[in-house]
Design a protein around this ligand. Structure first.
Ligand code: PLP
Length: 618
C-alpha cells in the first residue's frame, strides 16, 4: 500500500475561533521572549547593566512603567470593543481571516529585533529572507527562479504600482535607444519602437550594457526624461479592476484618461471579445498599448480572467508587429496557484489536481471546481511579465504584506537607483532593496512572517493548496445553499435569495428580494438594511450574530453585466435600465472550517434563522 499523501492539519495552523491552540501559542510567546532577552544579554556579557534593580524601585520608574501598563490595558480594551472577529466562521466579509500562528509568531519574534529591509545593514537576516520569499513566490507563479525575482511590498496597491512602473519604463526603452544608441534600433519607425516585445527590449538593454552605453540609454527612458509629449499608451483593465489601477495611472503620470475598461461578462470575467475589439481598434488607430491587466480573483466577485486568452492575444498581435506588457493582478487569487502545484513543484494537469485534492480530503466533486477556463487561467500566469500576489490575503499572513513577482529580473536595472546591475554581483542578495523598489524603510518583521508561513505551509497542493481548496469548498457549500434556497416566509411575507454567479474562487455575492417584488429600489434598500444588520462598524461586537460585507454593482463600472442577475430576482429589465445599480451582500470565505459538512450545516441553519428574524423585523 502506498502511504497516504502528505497533508497539513489546518486545525494546527491557527489560534482557532475559540483559541483552541492557546497553550501552544503562549508557550511559543514565552520561548521567543526568553530567547530574545538572552540574545541581548549575550552581546558583550561583561558590559554592566544600564540601570540597577535598585533604580527600578524608584517611584518615578514605577510611575513610568505604570503608564505603559495602563496604556496597554486601554489599547486592549479598545481593540476588544472595536475589532472585527475575523477568526470566527461567523465572519464572512472582506478578504481576511485568522492569520497563521507561524506568521504571527515570526512577526512577534522579529519585531523585537526591529530589522529594516531598506538596506542590508538595517536587517541582514530579514533581507536574505526577503530574497528567499521573493524567489518562492516567483516560483509559485511559474516563473523560472533563475531568471525571475520578487519582493515584499506593503500591499497589492504598491505591487500594482511597481508592475506599471516597470511597464512604463520598459516601453520607453526603444525610444531611448533611438536617441542614445540609434544603431541598435536602426530601421524601426515610431510604431515599431512602441511595439518592441518586452524580452526584446531587455535584450537590447543588455547590448547597451555590453557597449558601455547603459547609463546613457537609461537616462533617456521615462525615468529620466519624464513623459513630456510622449504617450506610453493605453492600459487595458477589466471593469472588475481594483481601484489601485486608477491611482497608479495618476501616480505614474500616465493619466487616468489612458485607462481603458474592458467589459466583463455575466460571469464577471474579462470579455475577450471586447478586449479583442479594443486592441484591434487601437492597432488600427496606431495607438500604442502599454499594458493589459488580467485579474485573478477580482476584489468584489473573486472572478478569474482568462489569462491564457490574453497571452494568446499578445502572441497574435506580435505576429502583426504590435505588443504590450502583461500584468496579472492576483493580489487576491495568487496563492491559489498552489492548488495546482504538486509536491515536486510541477504544475499538474486538471484530473491530477482533482485527484491530489481528493486524496487530501478536499473533494470538489460536486462543484467540479475548477472549471477548465479557471484552470487554464492559473496555468497561463507563468507567461505574464509581472504579477501582484498578496500574502496578507490568501497567504493568511498579517498586514502589511503584499508582493510583486517579475518574470525577468533584468527589468530591475530600469528602476534601480544605486549601483546598476544589482543582480550581477557575485552574491545573489541585492544589498540595497530600497534603491530599486518603490518603498524605502520597511519592516523585516513582515518578511519574517511570510517566510514562516511558507516554511510551515508549503506552496503546493499539500499546503496552501489544501488550505485554499478547503476555503473554496466552504464557499461552494454556501453558493449551493443559496442556489437551492426556496422562497421562505418571514414576518408574514415571503422572500427569495439568489447568488450572483458561480464562484471562480471563494467569494460569494448574493441578494434577497421580496417574492413578487418588482421594484429594484425597494430590493436595494432591503439588502442595504440587511447589510446594516449583518455588518459591524463600532460598539460591542458581541451583539453581532453574523458579519458580511457588501458591494454595489453599478452600470458606470459594470455595464450590463448584472442585468441577468437582477432578472433572476424577479425584477423586470426596465427596472435595471432605470436604476442601473444593484446592491449585493458579499462574503469572502477564507476560513477552511466551513468545508466540514457538520460545521457548515450549523452555520447555514444559524444564518438562515438570523436572516429570517431580521427580515421579519424590517
Ligand atoms: C486587494 C486587492 C488589491 C489591493 O491590495 P492591497 O493589499 O489592499 O493594497 C489589488 N488588486 C486586487 C485584485 C485586490 O483584490
Amino acid at each position: 500500500m502506498t502511504p497516504p499523501p502528505k497533508q497539513l492539519d489546518f486545525n494546527a495552523l491557527f489560534l482557532g475561533p475559540k483559541s483552541e491552540n492557546y497553550p501552544f501559542f503562549k508557550e511559543m510567546l514565552g520561548f521567543l521572549m526568553d530567547d530574545h532577552a538572552q540574545w541581548r544579554k549575550d552581546f558583550h556579557p561583561d558590559d554592566k547593566p544600564a540601570f540597577s534593580a535598585r533604580e527600578q524601585e524608584d517611584p518615578a520608574f514605577q510611575e513610568t512603567i505604570l503608564r505603559t501598563r495602563q496604556a496597554l490595558a486601554e489599547l486592549a480594551g479598545d481593540l476588544q470593543l472595536n475589532s472585527m472577529p475575523w477568526f470566527s466562521p461567523r465572519y464572512l466579509g472582506h478578504m481576511t481571516m485568522d492569520t497563521l500562528m507561524a506568521a504571527n509568531l515570526g512577526y512577534m519574534l522579529t519585531i523585537l529585533y526591529n530589522p529594516n529591509n531598506c538596506a542590508y545593514e538595517g536587517g541582514p537576516a530579514t533581507t536574505a529572507l526577503e530574497i528567499e520569499v521573493g524567489r518562492q513566490l516567483a516560483a509559485l507563479m511559474g516563473f523560472d527562479p533563475k531568471r525571475a525575482w520578487g519582493h515584499i511590498t506593503s500591499g497589492g496597491t504598491v505591487a500594482n504600482y511597481e508592475g506599471l512602473w516597470l511597464a512604463r519604463n520598459l516601453k520607453s526603452v526603444p525610444r531611448a535607444l533611438k536617441e542614445a544608441m540609434p544603431e541598435a534600433v536602426a530601421g524601426l519607425d515610431d510604431w515599431a519602437l512602441a511595439n518592441v516585445p518586452v524580452r526584446r527590449s531587455l535584450d537590447l538593454l543588455e547590448a547597451a550594457k555590453a557597449a558601455g552605453r547603459f547609463d546613457a540609454v537609461r537616462g533617456r527612458t521615462a525615468r529620466g526624461t519624464g513623459l513630456g509629449g510622449w504617450k506610453p499608451g493605453k492600459v487595458l483593465v477589466p471593469q472588475t479592476k481594483h481601484y489601485s489601477w486608477t491611482k497608479a495611472m495618476d501616480v505614474l503620470g500616465i493619466g487616468q484618461d489612458h485607462l481603458v475598461q474592458v467589459r466583463v461578462g455575466e460571469d464577471y470575467r474579462m470579455d475577450m471579445g471586447h478586449l479583442r475589439e479594443l486592441v484591434e481598434g487601437l492597432i488600427q488607430a496606431r495607438e500604442p498599448i502599454l499594458a493589459v491587466v488580467a485579474v485573478v480573483g477580482s476584489t468584489e466577485e473573486g472572478a478569474v480572467d482568462p489569462v491564457h486568452e490574453v497571452v494568446r492575444l499578445r502572441r497574435e498581435c506580435e505576429e502583426r508587429g504590435a505588443s504590450f506588457y502583461i500584468h496579472v493582478d492576483a493580489a487576491y487569487g495568487g496563492y491559489g496557484r498552489a492548488l495546482f502545484v504538486g509536491e515536486d513543484g510541477r504544475f499538474m494537469g486538471l484530473p491530477e489536481t482533482r485527484k491530489a485534492l481528493r486524496e487530501r480530503r478536499i473533494d470538489h466533486a460536486e462543484s467540479e471546481w475548477p472549471d477548465p477556463e479557471v484552470y487554464e487561467a492559473f496555468k497561463a500566469m507563468s507567461e505574464a511579465d509581472s504579477i501582484t500576489v498578496d500574502p496578507h490575503k490568501m497567504g493568511y499572513v498579517p498586514y502589511a504584506a503584499g508582493a510583486v513577482a517579475v518574470q525577468d529580473k533584468r527589468t530591475v536595472d530600469l528602476v534601480s537607483y544605486f549601483a546598476a546591475y544589482v543582480f550581477e554581483k557575485k552574491e545573489e542578495n541585492p544589498l540595497l532593496l530600497g534603491s530599486y523598489i518603490l518603498e524605502g524603510s520597511k519592516a523585516g518583521a513582515t518578511v519574517a512572517a511570510v517566510w514562516m508561513a511558507h516554511k510551515v505551509v508549503p506552496l503546493d497542493v499539500s499546503g496552501y493548496g489544501r488550505l485554499i481548496g478547503a476555503s473554496i469548498e466552504g464557499a461552494d457549500h454556501f453558493y449551493r445553499s443559496l442556489l437551492a434556497a426556496e422562497a421562505f416566509e418571514a414576518g408574514g411575507r415571503r422572500f427569495i435569495v439568489k447568488p450572483l454567479v458561480r464562484p471562480d474562487f471563494n467569494v460569494v455575492d448574493f441578494a434577497f428580494n421580496e417574492a413578487g417584488g418588482n421594484d429594484l429600489d425597494a430590493m436595494n434598500s432591503l439588502n442595504r438594511r440587511l447589510y446594516e444588520a449583518f455588518s459591524y462598524k463600532s460598539g460591542p461586537v458581541y451583539a453581532k450574530d453574523f458579519i458580511t460585507s457588501k458591494t454595489s454593482l453599478d452600470y458606470a463600472e459594470y455595464g450590463d453585466a448584472p442585468r441577468a442577475f437582477v432578472r433572476s430576482l424577479g425584477i423586470p429589465d426596465a427596472e435595471w435600465d432605470r436604476v442601473r445599480s444593484v446592491f449585493v451582500l458579499r462574503s469572502c470565505v477564507l476560513t477552511p472550517y466551513l468545508s466540514k459538512n457538520t460545521t457548515y450545516a450549523e452555520y447555514w441553519a444559524g444564518l438562515l434563522a438570523a436572516l429570517r428574524a431580521k427580515l421579519a423585523e424590517l
